[in-house]
Design a binder for this molecule. Structure first.
Ligand code: ZN
Length: 226
């Protein structure tokens, strides 16, 4: 995932008034990456986000993460647990996504945004869970189309945080360890990197050794390590 710096000279506030980002907010452009790039440079828009992700997985950066983008300042019937009385732009990092209303995210967008979110979360010590990774309409209910049904948040969270997702699979209580494993494999196969191989039996999760990881990659049958 390469980030192309396209920093804008207008439509953002320098600094964060002492706040630190605690949430990452996903948006849908209802337009193209190119059109949004032009719109955020236009002082008439009074709008911006930190990043934009195109349908092919290309990533633009418009605003420095240490500065305040103008992407989700309005609050209406928020369902986000961490929302507070101050302007949400001060404590969020926002990411736009190419596509018109109802757009189904491309696999490239899932992959690029998952990587981007992981990197942002690492820089700011943001937990990779649904309390901290949200969609715009969870702050501003008057915009249900942002992001709309085209983004499958369960799928996205499995990419972003496979460990959390596996634990959720366990907590949900599938019928048997083999079912857990079948669910887990679905999640694991969709992960861009192969760093998170886990084995779980009797409610315990442990990281598999490299040999197991290698045989998984080759598609060999899974055998329980000693
Ligand atoms: Zn939005």
């Amino acid at each position: 995932m390469n980030v192309t710096k396209r920093l804008i000279p207008v439509n953002f506030t320098k600094g964060r008034s002492g706040f630190k980002p605690v949430g990452i907010v996903l948006h849908l452009m209802d337009g193209t990456l190119k059109g949004t790039d032009a719109w955020f440079r236009n002082t008439k828009s009074q709008a911006s986000t930190h990043y934009g992700v195109g349908k092919k997985g290309e990533v633009y950066q418009w605003v420095d993460e240490a500065d305040t983008a103008w992407g989700n300042g309005r609050v209406y019937k928020p369902t986000w647990k961490l929302v507070r009385s101050e302007n949400p732009n001060l404590y969020t990092i926002s990411i736009e996504h190419e596509g018109v209303s109802g757009h189904i995210w491309t696999e490239e967008q899932y992959k690029a945004t998952a990587e981007l979110v992981q990197q942002i979360a690492k820089r700011w010590d943001i937990p990779l869970d649904r309390d901290h990774i949200i969609i715009h309409s969870e702050i501003y209910a008057l915009k249900p189309s942002c992001t709309g049904p085209g983004l499958d948040m369960d799928k996205f969270m499995a990419l972003v945080s496979p460990t959390t997702s596996l634990q959720n699979v366990l907590v949900k209580g599938s019928a048997s360890p083999s079912v857990y494993w079948a669910d887990a494999k679905d999640i694991l196969h969709s992960i861009p990197s192969w760093e998170f191989y886990l084995e779980f039996f009797n409610g315990e999760i442990k990281v598999l050794d490299q040999k197991m990881v290698d045989s998984m990659k080759k598609g060999l049958p899974f055998t329980k390590s000693a």
